[in-house]
Write a protein that binds this ligand. Sequence first.
Ligand code: BMA
Length: 353
Amino acid sequence: MQLHATSSACGSGNRNPAEVLRTLRAAAASGRFFFGQQDYPFYGVSWSYEPERSDVSDVCGDRPAVLGCDLGELELAKERNLDGVPFETMRRMIVDHHRHEGLVTLSWHPRNPLTGGDAWDVSQRNVVHEVLPGGSCHDRFMGWLDDVAAFITSLRTAEGETIPVLFRPWHEHTGSWFWWGEDLCTSDEYKELWRMTVDRLRMRGAQIVTVYSPNPCMSSSEYLERWPGDAWVDVLGLDAYDGDGSERFVSGLNRSLAVMDSLSRDTGKPYAVSETGREGIPEAKWWSGSLLRGIGTYTPSYVLVWRNAPDDAKPGHFYAPWPGQASEEDFLRFHADARTLFLRDGLPAEESR
Ligand code: BMA
């Protein structure tokens, strides 16, 4: 546990969106990034809901500095999210992670409001159109946004202060596997959906730092094709997965980061690898040989790998090692690498200001 602001992973407190942004910039300016994982405190490959446990800390003795959680099915007023995580547990762990000065990011895989299917239901191509003003699902959808805002504003410290979160809606929109994907709406519709979402959440008092997350992009015009506008995006994100352990991931990640690095200089906004990973991590040296090599000399502010699903729920669906896993030793090198920041690591005082 770190009690001193200057010796904790995430700097000076992260009490509001401006401080979160300052923390991200400080990490990048020092050539380091916060390591994160989706759902890390809830379950691992061989366990579920054990206090203080995570697969990452079982391996290296420290927790990820970024906690990712997903709000999917909050909009149905369910007690658990789409992956079975109780929202009460999520809230408790977010408060705990924040108390240790970690950063929190929320994604959202909402149901398809038109068909009632899941986020991956792309059977109807007019869903975004129908949630925008004048559409048949608009009113209900605004209620969903209010549910999200209510959850975010309910995240409070023991002293009652609100906890700011990195909010990352409508991700991977340059693919067409979600109902908000590229082939399912026009650029203008996508931008309007984004602005409507962010405006509503802010209007309801949600303390959010917004993250825009396309898939790998080879040019700035590709990256910016559905950019909602500078006032609606705080962090330049990227979702880039390694599908086959090949050089394609390394070069695609490196090329995308080159694009983002240059946009970051133009806009002053930090950038991040908002989702990445190699499912099952069969390559023993994936962390140094693929991920760190793909990052190269670029300076993302955080890098988050996806979840370690319990083996009995989704076998082989994990993105961080556990004791005995093939990439464990290399992950220990990754943890020790000067570029990575885990929850207990510190930014020197002058850099965290
Ligand atoms: C996907 C998979 C799914 C999960 C979804 C939302 O990438 O991990 O099993 O339901 O993310 O967390």
